[in-house]
Design a protein around this ligand. Structure first.
Ligand code: FAD
Length: 302
């Protein structure tokens, strides 16, 4: 009898031993002991109290589109909001969306509503929560341009924090410094615009993405952040790593800031390519490449 599973199941739908390969876009990773899908803030609060009392590790996962998970099992609890925290609504030009909503679905809906501001997000395969955490962006726009307030569960309390207090920077936010704060919802300010114009821009960008990114393979998007005034892909190309392969992990020929899973890639092979690239770029250019993808469930020495 698994008492933890039994208790978690009273709070929320709970799954045992699900693979991170099914929960991430990179399709790499070990199994998760418990995965929970709370339906309400009350359930989430109960889960957090229970898990913290047990001293169990936990992790919020959105669509897993920015995670490089280790192959070993995660003996803890993964919390997912993408099943029940997915509501969104407009109050004039303010869009309020729950954290588990798909940011692509919101961008498409905004286009249909004739609301501009989310066009940049129409190719980012994450949730609202993950997009806030990463301050996700593209085409010189990012979440911080439209976010007005973020609804956060922290220290057992829930509050709206203004965008000015979210510490947004290039692919960064205050939430990266406080992994125990859980994003529940966000208010974004959009601008009315002709739907057809928005559609055309989004269609054009979709074509550009398909032409320039290896979307036919599992990946986590761009692996490295662009250093100041440089493109990470140019540096990777410069050290001769375009097309470099380790096991099933391969630097994309199409876009070398993508490392794709060509099938059955091991987390170690993937990380090995990342570390080699960082070493060689430092040697050749004196530039420290910082990863955009986040490592999850690795031993502390890796
Ligand atoms: C093909 C492809 C293209 C991509 N293109 C882009 C792009 O153009 N621009 C860009 O910025 N990114 C891009 N990405 C990366 C990724 O989609 C974004 O970073 C996205 O915002 C991650 O959202 P997620 O829900 O998948 O987060 P996850 O990967 O699940 O999680 C990322 C981090 O956010 C935290 N998190 C998630 N939800 C919450 C929450 N509710 N509360 C607190 N913390 C939370 C997690 O704990 C984790 O630390 C791309 C990825 C892929 C696979």
């Amino acid at each position: 009898m698994d008492k933890i599973y039994e208790q978690l199941s009273r709070f929320a739908l709970t799954e045992k031993d699900r693979s991170l390969q099914e929960m991430t876009t990179l399709r790499i990773g070990g199994t998760v002991k418990y995965t929970v899908y709370p339906e309400s803030v009350t359930a989430l609060d109960s889960i957090m109290h229970y898990v913290k009392d047990l001293g169990m590790p936990y992790k919020m996962i959105g669509k897993g589109s920015d995670l490089l998970c280790a192959d070993r099992p995660f003996d803890g609890v993964v919390i997912r909001l993408d099943r029940h925290f997915i509501t969104s609504y407009y109050t004039e030009n303010i869009l309020t969306a729950q954290a588990g909503a798909s940011i692509i679905a919101l961008a498409v809906d905004a286009m249909k509503q004739g609301m501009s501001g989310l066009e940049f997000a129409s190719g980012i395969p994450g949730t609202v929560g993950g997009a806030i955490y990463m301050n996700a962006g593209a085409y010189r726009s990012s979440m911080c341009d439209i976010v007005r307030e973020v609804y956060v569960y922290r220290d057992g309390k829930i509050e709206w924090i203004p965008a000015a207090e979210c510490g947004f920077g290039y692919r960064s936010s205050i939430f990266q410094k406080h992994p125990d704060w859980l994003i529940l919802a966000v208010r974004m300010e959009l601008t009315p615009k002709d739907s057809n114009e928005i559609r055309e821009l989004m269609d054009d960008r979709r074509k550009r993405r398909w032409a320039s990114q290896p979307l036919e393979y599992p990946s986590c998007g761009s692996v490295f952040r662009n250093p100041e005034n440089r493109n990470a892909w140019e540096l990777i190309d410069g050290i001769g790593y375009r097309g470099m392969q380790k096991g099933g992990a391969k630097v994309s020929e199409k876009h070398c800031n993508f490392i794709v899973n060509t099938g059955g890639a091991k987390a170690d092979d993937y990380l090995c390519l990342i570390e080699e690239i960082q070493e060689k770029v430092l040697e050749n250019y004196g530039i420290e490449l910082i990863t955009e993808v986040e490592k999850f469930n690795w031993q502390t020495n890796r």
